[in-house]
Design a protein around this ligand. Structure first.
Ligand code: F6R
Length: 339
């Protein structure tokens, strides 16, 4: 049941604080984690493979590890044939359903090359977990909305936890529920931005570093359910072409985890100078956009958990403003079991 929420998508976004905490609890008590961490730490390369929203979670994880000097290769599952793996490589396959055929085909090929397969799925004993050497799980519970929401945030929680173990970093996971709740408190502001974007034909979502996968996820979500043409770009790259599209009123959404505030502020100025209508979803400091959702997070490692529900809420309210049913986007299936 929707428990008083108008749509499952909204209900599921509001379940995020609880299911993220369940996921972290599950991982802390998972006796396989140490073996998995050792495996990753002794690998030559870490191949991260997934599709859609799960790919964005994987890209986030890849970027985190790259900064610690690990060699990671994020792979869009359907493009698996471009990558030749070997026995010294570990593969991390991320899939909410655990049934996505593109991911299954990819891990079968990587297994033929004797790479170790670690899966992160939301469904216990799914096809993907059955075919992997190590299995870990998110605990988001069933997701009815076709567009992934709470499951994405549990994926990034699980991956942040694993990253913190791999690189031995202390993160204040105790506060994660509060971080997500304070973000949900800004739903009115997200609604206003979503309703404004719903009036537009196109939008850019820009980010830098860790905020790039969040920008990619924001643009995917608004495409899927609001049918708004949105493209994500690395903010710095936007001046190498995409900026040509900017004219009066073109909306540009900036996503800022707090790590590249100055660089993003100057991208905002470049866009404003060409007439863009700028929006910011920003942690701890302002980007000086026309409209902004400013979120306070004391541990910036948790910034993504404040950003994730906001980009989802923006898409949700844009979909409602366009008269769409956000739970059932056209042309999409919850689980894609064909290649
Ligand atoms: C986006 C969405 C899809 C899935 C993709 C992978 O909202 O739901 O992009 O993320 O089809 O699905 P899983 O994670 O089940 O492998």
């Amino acid at each position: 049941s929707k428990e008083g929420f108008e749509y499952y998508m909204l209900k599921e976004i509001y379940e995020t604080p609880e299911v993220v905490m369940d996921t972290l609890y599950g991982l802390k008590n998972d006796t396989n984690i140490d073996k998995i961490i050792d495996k990753i730490n002794s690998s030559k390369r870490i191949i991260v493979v997934a599709a859609g929203t799960s790919y964005h979670a994987g890209l986030y994880f890849s970027l985190l590890l790259q900064r610690n000097g690990y060699t990671t290769i994020p792979v869009v599952a359907s493009e698996y044939y471009n990558i030749k793996t070997g026995p010294d490589d570990s593969v991390i396959a991320i899939s909410q359903s655990g049934e996505t055929m593109d991911v299954i085909m990819a891990i079968r090929k990587f297994k033929e090359n004797n790479s170790s397969i670690i899966s992160l799925t939301n469904v216990i004993e799914s096809a993907i977990s059955r075919e992997s050497d190590f299995k870990i799980y998110t605990r988001a519970g069933p997701e009815i909305g076709v567009a992934a929401t709470k499951t994405f945030t549990t994926q990034i929680a699980a991956l942040t936890f694993i990253w913190s173990k791999i690189v031995d970093k202390k993160i204040n996971f105790e506060s994660i529920g509060d971080v997500i709740r304070s973000s949900l408190d800004k739903s009115g502001e997200a609604r206003r931005i979503g309703e404004e974007l719903a009036q537009k034909e196109n939008a850019y979502y820009l980010g830098r570093g860790i905020s790039l996968p969040l920008a990619m996820e924001g643009s995917l979500k608004i495409k899927e359910i609001a049918y708004l043409h949105a493209e994500a770009y690395p903010a710095g790259e936007s001046k190498h072409g995409p900026i040509a599209l900017i004219s009066n009123g073109f909306p540009v959404v900036f996503v800022n985890t707090g790590e590249f505030t100055e660089e993003l502020q100057s991208n905002v100025q470049e866009m404003k100078a060409r007439g863009a209508l700028t929006y910011g979803i920003s942690i701890n400091s302002t980007l000086n956009t026309h409209k902004e959702i400013l979120l306070k997070v004391s541990d910036e490692n948790l910034a993504v958990f404040a950003l994730s529900p906001i980009i989802q809420l923006i898409a949700y309210y844009a979909a409602l403003a366009r008269g769409n049913n956000p739970d059932r986007p056209r042309n999409l299936a919850k689980t894609v079991t064909v290649e």
